[in-house]
Design a protein around this ligand. Structure first.
Ligand SMILES: [Zn+2]
Length: 319
C-alpha cells in the first residue's frame, strides 16, 4: 500500500533550489556563535542521490546541563563548555525534523513539539512556506513518542495535521506508552501526551516489528533504549545515504564521551548498545547523519570514530 503524491506537489517541490552535500567536505565549528545563528534558521534543503531533503526547525529548548549529563561532575561539564565558547548554564538544542521527497513519496520524520513545549510548533508553517503542504505528506515516521517528536501530530481541534498520511511506529513503542509499565518508567506528563497525541491516529498506524525497507530506499532500524521502541530511519538513493538517528544520543559531547548519560533514556543499558550499533555503523560508512537535537541547526553532519567514542563533524551549510 503505497501512496503516491500528485504531480502538482512533486513539480512544486522539485522547482526549489537545492544543494548536493559531500559528506565531511566542509565543517562548521561548534561554538556559541553558530548555535545562536541556528536558532533563527527555519529550513535547509539538500539532496541525497535523487531524494530532495529538507531539514525543518520546529523550535528548540534550553535544558539544564545536569539533565544531559547526570553522571558527570558539574565543574567538568562547565570547563568543557567554556573551552568551546558555549554557555555553561544551559544546553540549547534545536528540534530538527526531516521531510524527504523521493519523487514517489513525500515523507516526514517526527512531528515536532507542537503546543507541548513553548517556542515550538513551527514545523508545519515552515513546511507550507517552503511549498510543501502538510496535507501532501503521505508517510509520517514516529521515531519515538516523547513530546518533542509527537506534539505536532494534531491541530488545535485534535485532528491530524498530516491528514492524508499513513503513520509508522515500532510496535514495542506503541505498546509501551499504552501499558502499565509506562506509568512506572516514564514521566507522567510524557505518558499523558503520548496517549493524547497518538490515540487519534491509531487507525492510520502501521506497526513495524522487525527492521525493514518500509518504502523504496527508506529503512526502519531498531535503536531501543532512549525509549523501548526508538528507531532510526535511513534514506538511500543514487549510492548516497542519510541516517536520521533521532535521540540515539542528545548532544555531541555524548559521542565524545559515550559514558556520559542523560536522564532521558528510559532503558539505559539498551541505549548503550544502540549508541554503539548506530554510530559505529555511520562512522564506518562515512554517511550523512541528522541527530535531531544536535547543535547547530540543521543538525547535519558526519561522525568519525575516536578512541572508544566518536567525533561529531557538523556540515557547513552556508555559502
Ligand atoms: Zn527528542
Amino acid at each position: 500500500m503505497e501512496n503516491t503524491m500528485d504531480r502538482r506537489t512533486f513539480s512544486k517541490i522539485a522547482a526549489l533550489a537545492s544543494t548536493t552535500l559531500v559528506a565531511g567536505k566542509s565543517l562548521l565549528a561548534l561554538n556559541q556563535e553558530s548555535v545562536e545563528e541556528s536558532k533563527h534558521e527555519e529550513i535547509y534543503q539538500f539532496k541525497i542521490g535523487d531524494f530532495e531533503c529538507f531539514c525543518i526547525n520546529d523550535g528548540g529548548k534550553d535544558y539544564p546541563p545536569e539533565r544531559f549529563f547526570k553522571n558527570v561532575p558539574k565543574e567538568k561539564i562547565e570547563n568543557i563548555l567554556k573551552e568551546r565558547n558555549l554557555p555553561i548554564d544551559v544546553i540549547y538544542t534545536p528540534y530538527t525534523h526531516l521531510v524527504v521527497n523521493t519523487g514517489k513519496n513525500l515523507v516526514l520524520v517526527d512531528t515536532g513539539a507542537g503546543d507541548l513545549i513553548p517556542g515550538n510548533g513551527k514545523l508545519a508553517p515552515s513546511m507550507s512556506s517552503a511549498g510543501i503542504e502538510p496535507t501532501d505528506i503521505d508517510t509520517v515516521f514516529i521515531t519515538h513518542a516523547h513530546p518533542d517528536h509527537i506534539g505536532g501530530l494534531l491541530d488545535e481541534k485534535g485532528k491530524p495535521i498530516y491528514s492524508n498520511a499513513r503513520y509508522c511506529i515500532w510496535k514495542d513503542e506503541w505498546d509501551f506508552w499504552f501499558s502499565e509499565s509506562a506509568n512506572e518508567l516514564a514521566k507522567e506528563s510524557h505518558v499523558k501526551s503520548a496517549r493524547e497525541k497518538l490515540g487519534p491516529v491509531k487507525d492510520r498506524m502501521d506497526y513495524v516489528e522487525k527492521e525493514c525497507e518500509f518504502l523504496p530506499g527508506i529503512h526502519v532500524i531498531a535503536a531501543p533504549g532512549h525509549t523501548p521502541g526508538h528507531v532510526v530511519i535511513s534514506f538511500s538513493s543514487g549510492g548516497e545515504q542519510l541516517y536520521y538517528v533521532a535521540d540515539t544520543v542528545l548532544y555531541p559531547l555524548h559521542l565524545e564521551h559515550p559514558d556520559w548519560l542523560s536522564v532521558y533514556d528510559i532503558l539505559p543499558e539498551k541505549a548503550e548498545l544502540s549508541k554503539k550499533k548506530i554510530f559505529d555503523l555511520v562512522a564506518e560508512k562515512n554517511v550523512l547523519v541528522i541527530a535531531q537535537h544536535f547543535v547547530p541547526f540543521p543538525s547535519l553532519g558526519t561522525v568519525v570514530k575516536k578512541g572508544n567514542g566518536w567525533l561529531w563533524r557538523p556540515v557547513e551549510t552556508k555559502g
